[in-house]
Design a protein. Structure first.
Length: 624
């Protein structure tokens, strides 16, 4: 992370509670220092450019602390020194990529692939937290002893909160996306472009668009293709897609990561035999393989749904609709519980017979990837292999969506099973190369919606609605396309909705049966997974637009009802009653599912999972 040089006469010796021990010899307008915290732990302090209101910048740094410490140099805090805000981050002991390549040579083969996977994992972690890196280049990739780390993320966005600050230095223009030279504000696609340009440097030792002047370099970024000669074919195809001039044509970061991981290894683990294919499997399938066989630590990150999606969508003014009330509001959480161990898993339930929702299905993320649902007597029965189970709202049926596609025909499908009689039937959904995934039931249990992805074009193209009564499927292409990140689901009154982000707004779009957007709640923030709506249907929960808290909104008017603080690194898991929801909170041994009220008070622990390794994916719902 840069070389340390002695302090100069104008350098500070103390910043806040940190003692400065040296200056980092790095390019850029901000001053970077090595320091130690009160416990003697090494940290890096970056003094940013002077601004009129440094406290606003410091406040904007706060969300950066929520980025998981996975393949990133974690932001630890910040403060102000006069008119200069500063950021404190983890110190990573190692050279930057910009330093290492000239000294030790370019990366090839497995070393290059590991660098690509590790750095893109960091980008996904940053985007999942709703943050942009904004400055990816060889100088912000640190080769630490435990793998590559993405450093200095989010500082450009933090500085933008001050209207008086100058634009932050972002390194050479060869690592900026074409849209930035047209005056557009950088978004997640710009991070993908900069990452790919940085990987070209790692593989070739040269800036991908470098010219003999800044003007020449900018012209090449905007108009010419990068020279990818010498990079292996598979990685070259990924980098080429990421370096598309139009940001809408670039894959989202999470899709890039899955392309780097590949599909063939999953087939080896499951024991299935398939024809050679370069198509990617659904992201949970890749997670299942990774949990036991690929990159240490990566499985835990990938297994936690959901991934952040970014779409370029015009913002429509909100209209007012009324959600149907389909369930009774429950105010109290039962206190007395019984412990139940889920066989073959590290999960212990703490449940009451009076709970409105119970642990009703799960999928093992270890071979043979068995799917289970829960009977009325509380026991579990296997219903499939490598198929995601989703139980109907009344608990009488389960829909199973296969992970591995096209093993028996050119059509993808879903399977339905009556949990009372055991009767089964299948419904074809889409024909390859399209594939369907992530099923969600309508509130009345008559329909299932699945998201449809086109892996050849790297985008989600629409949804399939399956009528369970007639056993017919209807594929609907949507008005806008996007990455395979946020799934489609039903609103309480039976319309189709999904989360979206266009770089300026994050919210929810509602579609008609033709795939046209009929309502946009662009101010509410991003929903999580498929359980957004409260049991009564009157409320919607999202990750707040400008914080890591959970926001609750009135569905009819779009008014904010509550802002609920949640513990660090927690994740949304679903509603429990109209006044309570479930969050997943990490613990020393694994994690807990906690029931919290709309003030953030923990009412009860619903389940505990012992072990850090992600090896089970489970859902809450009704029992038969």
């Amino acid at each position: 992370m840069g070389r340390a040089v002695p302090l100069g006469p104008d350098d500070p010796t103390v910043v806040g509670e940190y003692r400065i021990t040296g200056r980092l010899d790095e390019p850029g307008p901000e001053d970077a220092y090595l320091a130690t915290d009160p416990r003697g732990t090494p940290v890096v302090i970056r003094m940013l450019a002077p601004v009129a209101d440094p406290e606003r910048v410091t406040a904007a740094v706060g969300p950066l602390k929520g980025v998981p410490a996975f393949c990133v140099a974690q932001v630890l805090g910040g403060g102000t020194l006069g008119d200069r805000p500063y950021v404190v981050s983890e110190h990573v002991d190692g050279p930057t990529l910009a330093e290492a390549v000239p000294e030790t040579g370019v990366l090839t083969g497995a070393a290059l692939h590991r660098l690509a996977v590790g750095t893109m994992s960091g980008v996904v972690a940053i985007h999942q937290a709703g943050v942009l890196h904004g400055d990816i280049r060889p100088s912000t990739v640190v080769l630490g002893p435990d793998g590559p780390r993405m450093a200095d993320f989010g500082l450009n966005e933090a500085l933008r909160v001050s209207e008086t600050t100058v634009t932050r230095h972002v390194g050479k223009p060869a690592y900026r996306a074409p849209e930035e030279f047209d005056g557009a504000r950088a978004g997640p696609p710009a991070d993908v472009f900069a990452w790919a340009a940085t990987m070209v440097f790692a593989a070739t030792g040269r800036d991908p668009f470098a010219g003999d002047s800044v003007a020449t370099t900018v012209n090449r970024v905007v108009r010419e293709n990068a020279d990818l000669t010498g990079i292996d074919v598979e990685l070259r195809s990924v980098l080429s897609a990421c370096l598309a001039k139009n940001p809408a044509d670039r894959p989202v970061a999470s899709d890039v990561l899955l392309r780097l991981i590949g599909e063939e290894s999953l087939l080896q683990v499951t024991g299935r035999v398939a024809r050679p294919s370069r198509r990617r499997v659904p992201w949970r399938a890749a997670t299942a393989f990774l949990a036991g066989a690929l990159v240490a630590g990566l499985a835990v990150f990938l297994a936690v749904p959901p991934r952040v999606e970014y779409l370029r969508v015009p913002v429509a003014p909100p209209s007012v609709t009324t959600a149907a009330t389909v369930a009774a509001e429950l105010d109290d959480v039962p206190e007395k519980t019984t412990d139940v161990t889920v066989p073959g898993t590290p999960v212990t339930l703490h449940e009451s017979a009076d709970d409105p929702l119970r642990f009703n299905s799960y999928l093992s993320l270890k071979a043979p990837f068995a799917s289970y649902v829960r009977r009325a007597d509380g026991t579990f029965t296997e219903v499939g292999r490598a198929e995601e189970p989703t139980v109907s709202p009344d608990g009488t049926s389960v829909v199973l969506s296969p992970w591995v596609k096209f093993l028996r025909s050119d059509y993808d499908y879903v399977k339905f099973r009556d949990l009372t009689t055991g009767a089964e039937f299948t419904v074809n959904t889409v024909r390859k190369p399209l594939r369907s995934a992530m099923p969600s039931w309508s509130r009345d249990g008559t329909k299932v919606v699945l998201s449809v992805e086109n892996p050849e074009k790297e985008r989600m193209e629409g949804f399939v609605v399956v009528d369970v009564t007639t056993r017919a499927a209807t594929f609907v292409k949507t008005e806008y396309y996007g990455g395979a990140a946020y799934p489609f689901g039903f609103t309480p009154d039976g319309q189709i909705a999904r989360g979206y982000s266009d770089g300026r707004h994050r919210g929810v779009e509602i579609y008609d049966t033709r795939g046209m957007v009929i309502r946009t709640l662009h101010w509410v923030g991003l929903p999580r997974d498929r359980s957004w709506f409260s049991p009564s249907g009157r409320s919607l929960a999202t990750l707040c637009p400008n914080s890591d808290d959970i926001c609750v909104w009135e569905m009819g008017s779009g008014a904010r009802l509550a802002t609920v603080p949640t513990p660090a690194d927690s994740l949304w898991h679903g509603w429990f009653t109209d006044r309570h929801f479930v969050v997943r909170v990490p613990t020393k041994k694994g994690y807990e599912l906690r029931i919290v009220d709309l003030l953030g008070k923990v009412e009860r622990v619903l389940a505990t999972v012992d072990g850090k390794e992600e090896n089970v994916f489970f859902r809450l719902g009704a029992l038969p």
